[in-house]
Design a protein around this ligand. Sequence first.
Ligand code: CO
Length: 135
Amino acid sequence: MDERLKDLNHIGIAVEDLEEAKHLYCDILGFELVEEKDLPDRGLRVAFLSTGNTTIELLKGVTPESAIAKFVDKRGPGIHHLCFEVDDIDAALKGLDEEGIELIDAKARPGAAGHPVAFIHPRSTMKVLIELEEK
Ligand code: CO
């Protein structure tokens, strides 16, 4: 089984003001809004933007308890995570665990785009929060 990370799926950016961020990325920088939706179980509203080959996920915390709201409170808006595709997320998580890599999600869960996802703890990845998404 090939457990390596594959292509970058998207870059997650935490924002304070989703409308302002969409204006910047879409109206000024030229991204296209692909999808926007609420993820109530995670206290989030997300917008996926695309250039065709590159996708950005804008993340806005809509409840004070959401991890994104806490992130923005602590550090301000900015790059939150990088998401890479994997062929088999269970195999990838098992392989990482065996390497001693700390996982936020020991098991995959449904992500914003509906595919199984899991996060690797930034303590184990030189402070870069990495999301894996099975494609
Ligand atoms: Co993401």
